[in-house]
Design a protein around this ligand. Structure first.
Ligand code: PRP
Ligand code: URA
Length: 211
């Protein structure tokens, strides 16, 4: 597909190598979990590249240096369950980030998202929000998550996923053209059960060993 300008594919060799290992059916839950965290950390490094900074002074042992501080706070919003697998990796880079949780699952028959838990921190509207979920399949879950987050007044929202399907990209960009999407791969299509092909299977089940 021709990618909309809001979609960025992170082609860094380390991200691509780790994604390849994560896709591998032989990667067990412990390996999959480690890889997901590492990929999320590397991708967050790229995603935050353009975040504005303010100059700050810092005293070294010799003199005062001018350094940098992030202008705005960061709020991570993992979509439960599978988004949890990306949170710790990103928090290692931005330990000061706040974390909001959205519980969303896909109805197995209709594939429609069901929001079952919402715990967003106060003041989220003044922060840069990063929504994290490894899979953008039909796009229903991430679109619903961003609908909920926008109700708080948040305006700076980015989505970080691992594997996206063309169907999900189209839905998300149509509903939220102001949201930048960062993904490690854009795969071929969805199968009849709404799974991304070739994808990596059910991310939540692989993370938590529930398959
Ligand atoms: C998975 C995945 C996304 C969603 C993507 O969650 O983590 O949230 O499916 O599909 P969509 O783009 O078609 O909405 P799932 O519903 O399997 O819940 P889980 O993470 O709790 O297993
Ligand atoms: N959710 C997943 O975990 N994997 C897919 O391929 C699609 C939705």
């Amino acid at each position: 597909m021709k990618l909309p300008e809001q979609v960025h594919v992170i082609s860094h060799p380390l991200v691509q190598r780790k994604l390849t290992l994560a896709r591998d059916i032989r990667s067990t839950s412990d390996i999959f979990r480690r890889l997901l965290g590492e990929i999320a950390m590397l991708m967050a490094y790229e995603l935050t590249r353009e975040y504005p900074v303010d100059p700050v002074e810092v005293r070294t042992p010799l003199a005062v240096a001018t350094g940098a501080d992030l202008r705005r706070g960061i709020t991570l919003v993992p979509i439960l369950r599978a988004g949890l697998g990306m949170a710790d990796g990103i928090l290692q880079l931005v330990p000061q980030a706040r974390v909001g949780y959205l519980g969303i699952y896909r109805d197995e028959t209709t594939l429609e998202p069901v929001v079952y838990y919402n715990k967003l921190p106060p003041g989220i509207a003044e922060t840069d929000v990063i929504v994290i979920d490894p899979m953008l399949a039909t796009g229903g879950s991430c679109t619903a998550a961003i609908d909920v987050i926008k109700q708080t007044g948040a305006k700076s929202i980015k989505l970080l996923c691992l594997v996206a399907a063309p169907e999900g990209i189209r839905k998300l960009v149509k509903a939220h053209p102001d949201v930048m999407v960062y993904t490690a791969a854009v795969d071929s299509h969805l199968n009849e059960n709404g799974y991304i092909v070739p994808g990596l299977g059910d991310a939540g089940d692989r993370l938590f060993g529930t398959q």
